[in-house]
Every structure is written in C-alpha cells, then in structure tokens.
Design a protein around this ligand. Structure first.
Ligand code: NAD
Ligand code: ZN
Length: 381
C-alpha cells in the first residue's frame, strides 16, 4: 500500500487516455465542487440527481458549493433504495434533465450512494447521446467502488444491472465527512469492499487495516493519521489501477469480484432484502472464497482464518449462520451461482486466493467440489 495523505485532499488519477479523470478524496471537499466543475467545464450548467436521504443531509451544501462558483444547478430527488434503478425512474430523470435545458457540454452530478451513481450515470450516458457527469459518492461503498470505473446500470425484471453502459465520469469527488451521516450498518457493509482490495492484492494494506480499522470507522483524525482518507485513497488507487489496465473487464478487472460469486448468490437467495446488505453478502462470500481456497490447499488454514477474523472483528457476518432466519438450500445456491456464472462442463470460474493479497482467476473449478463445500458450510449452525 502507499498513499500520501496529510490532511489535504488526495488525488488518484484514473488513467484512460482522453477519458482520464481524477478521484479527489478528503474531508470537507464538497465545498470545492463548484470551483472544480467550473475549472473543468467553464460555463457549464449542472443537474443534480440525489435520493431523499442524501438530499436531507447534503443537498443544500452541494447547491451552495455550486452556486458560490457560479455554476447553475437544478435537481431531482429520487426515492432512496435499489427500486430507483428502474426504467420508470430512469425515464423521469432523463425527462427532468431535458426539461432543465441541460445540453451537450453541461453536466449531471450524481450525489448519493451506488444507487444514485448507477442511475444518474446511466441517465447521463443516454440522454442527448451522452452527457458528462460528476460523481459525488456519499456512501463508503460508493466512495471506494461504484463511483470509480464507469460502470452504470439499472435493474430489470430479470435481474440486477442488466441494462447499462460503460460511461466514465469526468470527476469523482469523495468527501469523507459526508460519511458521518451514513447509518453505521451501511458504513460497515461498505468496509467489506475496502477489505476486498486488501485481500485481493495488497497484504501490507491488510495488515494496516487490522491495526487501523477503528480510526477508519470513527473518522477520528486526532492522531493525525487520517485513517479514513487513507483507506479510501488506497482502495480507489487499487480500483483505478485495475480499471486503467482492463476498463471493460476482459480479464484482470474480474479480480474485483472476489467474494462476489458466493455473495451474489446469497443476496439473491435473501431476495436483495434488508436482511443482507451487499457488503455483508460480500464479507461472507470472501470468507467462503478463502475457506474454499484452503480446502483446495491453495492457502494455509491459518491464513484463511486471519482474513475471516478481520471481517468478523469489524462486525461483518462471515458465515451463512450469521444471517437471521432460515438458510437457503445448497441446491438453491448452486442454481443461483449457475445463473450468475454459467457452469461449463461442470466447471466454474471463481476468484480464489494463494494468500492474503494474492487473488487469481481460476476458470476450472469443479462445481461438485463447490457444492460439497457449501453444503458443509450450510450445515454449520
Ligand atoms: N457501478 C459499479 O461499479 C458498482 C459497484 C458496486 C455496487 N454498485 C451498485 O451500488 C448500489 C449500492 O450502493 P450503496 O451501497 O451505496 O447503496 P445506496 O445508494 O442505496 O445507499 C445506501 C443507503 O444509504 C443512504 N445514504 C447514502 N448516503 C448517505 C449519507 N451520506 N448519509 C445518510 N444516508 C445516506 C441511501 O439513501 C440509502 O438508503 C447497488 O445498486 C449496486 O448494484 C455499482
Ligand atoms: Zn461489491
């Protein structure tokens, strides 16, 4: 890991040629939103998309930041929650953008978590054949994951994120102070993605998280180590590097799916409900990926246990038995994995690990071994 954080904003560049952009991370930097936009697109108007919860906490500050820099802003508030990633709400957002006379050269601002980012980013991708947009992520998950990399989408009746586009933002502004209003459970769920970057590719970052996670959660900077900023910066740098090398997920970007095959199956099994948030499912999924890797003797049991122990230590679930209520059957989980992943000739592609910080794509995993492993885990009560 490396990140020079000294209290000032940290800038991580996502290098994609003419489509390169900065991810700016720091406490209190929302105030600079208007000035940064005016510098990037002089004279551009903006249209803010946000959700009801975020609007209550942060819309006024965002509008002030734009207004102070002379950037005209209109806005639309969508209902909070995954339900807003729908054709119906997309239509409303696109119509509102057009009604506000936003033209090519103007900007959409996504002020919110991953739901708003995915929805507003996709609206920007398709309205007037493509408008620029700025991500102002307000959840930890959005600051370290969904706002970076240009994947945008809505959900359809058949599943999540099935209609979307690659559309990179022109700026990501991650103000870590916005996370102070985020419910603790949402923060913790987002932390699973922070731990993911460490577990998939950065053992030193993992050791640092083991030592500093409390300050990441509290946002307390009194010790001067700016732990939250640093954790977000290191995470964004990891994602930016992978995205720069593999923007369209032809290969390496798949590593970002560590824990996600098992995690998605669990999320789907629980009906994408509040019983299991995405990050919580990913924490269990990563514990399973490490456990399965140990079963295949790719990694020592003690090393897998260390990974799981940290996730449990911060309060994340790490086993199916940690989820309230009845567990899904192994048949159901395997069916969901097959829907997500396609099992070819009994073989499955999974992200496995040779150590903490050493994930790799394994495309010849025997689905029967996965089934046997999962039935054992489901029997744990
Ligand atoms: N595009 C990508 O690469 C990518 C990657 C990962 C996830 N995603 C998507 O992200 C979405 C999940 O994102 P999420 O976890 O941020 O959920 P979210 O956007 O629904 O936010 C979670 C909750 O927190 C509230 N909230 C957000 N910021 C707040 C703040 N600062 N203070 C108080 N409340 C706040 C929201 O209103 C919501 O109720 C999913 O739709 C997922 O598919 C996309
Ligand atoms: Zn995820």
């Amino acid at each position: 890991m490396s990140a020079t954080v000294r209290g000032g904003p940290t800038v991580v560049e996502v290098s994609l040629g003419a489509r390169s952009y900065d991810v700016v991370i720091g406490r209190g930097i929302l105030a600079s939103l208007g000035a940064r936009i005016a510098a990037l697109r002089p004279g551009a108007k903006s249209f803010i998309v946000t959700d009801a919860n975020v609007a209550r906490c942060h819309l006024a500050a965002a509008e002030t930041a734009l207004g102070d820099a002379g950037v005209t802003a209109s806005h639309m508030i969508v209902p909070a929650g995954e339900g807003s990633k729908s054709f119906r709400v997309l239509e409303e957002v696109c119509e509102a953008i057009i009604a506000s006379r936003i033209e090519r050269g103007d900007l959409v601002v996504a002020l919110g978590g991953g739901v708003v980012g995915d929805l507003a980013g996709f609206a920007a991708a398709v309205t007037r054949r493509g408008l620029d947009y700025v991500q102002v992520p307000t959840t930890l998950l959005a600051q370290v994951d969904s706002s970076v990399g240009g994947k945008t989408a809505i959900d359809t009746r058949q599943g999540k994120n099935l209609v979307g586009a690659f559309h990179q933002p022109i700026l990501v502004l991650a103000d870590t102070a916005l996370l102070d209003t985020l419910p603790a459970r949402e923060f913790r769920a987002g932390y699973a993605e922070v731990a993911k970057y460490a577990l998939l590719g950065d053992a030193a970052f993992f050791a640092w998280l083991e030592a500093n996670w409390r300050q990441v959660f509290s946002g307390d900077d009194s010790s001067g180590n700016f732990a939250r900023e640093r954790a977000i910066a290191v995470s964004c740098r990891a994602k930016a590097a992978i995205v720069a090398r593999d923007e369209r997920e032809a290969g390496e970007r798949a590593l970002l799916n560590l824990g996600h095959t098992f995690g998605h199956a669990l999320e789907a099994a629980y009906g994408f409900s509040n019983r299991l948030l995405h990050g919580e499912a990913i924490a269990i999924g990563m514990a399973l990926a490490f456990g399965f890797s140990a079963r295949l003797e790719l990694i020592a049991e003690a090393e897998a246990a260390r990974a799981t122990r940290h996730l449990a230590q911060v309060g994340l679930p790490t086993a199916v038995k940690d989820i309230r209520g009845s567990a899904p059957t192994v048949d159901r989980l395997m069916e969901l994995i097959a829907q997500d992943k396609k099992i070819r000739r009994g073989m499955l592609t999974l992200i496995l690990v040779r150590g903490i910080g050493a994930a790799f794509v394994e495309s010849g995993v025997d689905a029967q071994k996965v089934r046997a492993f999962l039935s054992e885990k489901l029997a744990e009560r």
